[in-house]
Design a protein around this ligand. Sequence first.
Ligand SMILES: [Zn+2]
Length: 577
Amino acid sequence: MSGKPETSTDAPAAGKEQQSGHEPRPPRIPFAGKVLTSEGGDLRVPAESRKLCALFDTGMWLVSESYKNSPFVTSVAAQARRQGFKVDEPMYVTPDVIAQAYSYASKVDQATVVDENQVRRRIKEVFLKAREAGANDVHIEVADGRTKIEFRIDGSMIVADTLTQKEGETLMAAIWSHSAAQSGATPNWLEPMAAMLRAGQTGKDSLELPEGLLGVRCQWIPIVDGGRYLVMRMHYDNLHIKGGHPDMDVDALGFTPEQTSLVRHLRRLPGGMRIVAGPVNQGKTTTLRVILNRRMAETNYRLNCLLIEDPPEGGIIGARQIGVAASHDEEMRERVFMEVQRSALRLDPDIIMLGEVRDLQTAGFAYKLALTGRQVYTTIHAYSALAIPQRLRDIGIQPYLVYDHNLLRGLVTQRLVRTICQHCKVPFAEAMRQRPQLAALMIRLRTAVALMDAEMMARRDNVTADDIKLQEPDLSGVYVTSGKGCEHCIGGHSGRTVLAEVVETDSRLMALLRDDKVDQARAYWLSHNGLGGLSMLWHAMGKVVKGQVSPEDAEFELGPLARERDLREFEERMGRS
Ligand SMILES: [Zn+2]
């Protein structure tokens, strides 16, 4: 942050005083860098320890000779090492050298003038990196002598940078002082605080946000032992938000070409609901955003699109956002939602995106819109695409509504799986030689791919899959992650891709689901005589054989790639050939 004086003026600098002919003193030690153990330094130590030892950020470790085994000394070294600081072999000195070290430290501290421009640059750098990575949130944690900066990207926390405690505190204080409406206010780090950084703020020490970043909502939270925690929610403009570019379609997220054209088809059907299911933080909102941006662009922005989200995330060009006040009070929430429903209908929308269907009230509203011919897009918590109707039943929607394929037109489910860094990937065969325990995974993979290949071949030749002779699958393109990673990645992974199921409902499928014939419904959906669908497992296998996703990560997300029964079928059918 500031210039580090090489030696201070009053440090017992080696040569000078000896030349000046004073009486001999103990050998002089030149001081340099920061004293980590000083009051307010990066290492928190008891005051007693400061009489007995001093640790510099250069690793220099001064210990009072007669106290070398004191817990006040040994605990400091242990704590420093634990926090990742360098601790050299101890240099045994007299108590007065220790005192000089701290007097040097206080001079250095006074000389530290925080370079405002440098801090501003640093903040901007963090925001730029977050934007490039597509981070929704930036988390900064200052505790235990360290500052950790993490990005939340598609739900995962990724460590972006680490700084010293001091640097982190300076950064946090600067973000506070640059946020709107803080002029003159003194931050109170012992209380939660909230503030907003906005683009285009003017003022002599305003912080310029990088292009594409409209605002940053900041929330500070004190944590134990004097630590501080800051969470920043990034608000990007459409061209920088994930999925906000109108030229982009869902294939860019990882959907197959067939799934992408099915999504396009669903987008063009009039009225009815399209629901995206999946666990939280699995990119459902991004998928909806891409679909709606395409829809708006395709219709030349002639449609009236309303977004009802809590919290509002936006990112759809030409859409109107209706705010839903986040309230913890259930009654208040209900009242607000009633008002939102009324105003939404007054605005005469063609398309409505409802953040989530989670209870009878929201689901009922979605159906009300669908019944009046609007296109409705929403999300729901359900474990698979075909489980969405059952979930609506559980919420309390009447069966005649749930199983009407004109009302519930499209079912999508998705989750995100990490992709392999292409710079440091390791061929599966090679990894198996080093890790024999991968052999069982290999057998499951081989079975899953062989059965999938047979199904795809059957579709192509218009025969049933059972008539296809199984072939040993080609697994030469399968890779796993290196584990240790390289300069291009973190731990061998880089980015995430979608694993999805896309279903266009029809009367036959809905009838099977209504009669609780879930297995038959699934078979109908996946058979080429039926809907010719693609299961999430097959979607994953396609990415595994291309070396995009490791079979280990696919199993982590989806469970075993092949069940006992599949393994037996594979053995039998291979034996037969
Ligand atoms: Zn790598």
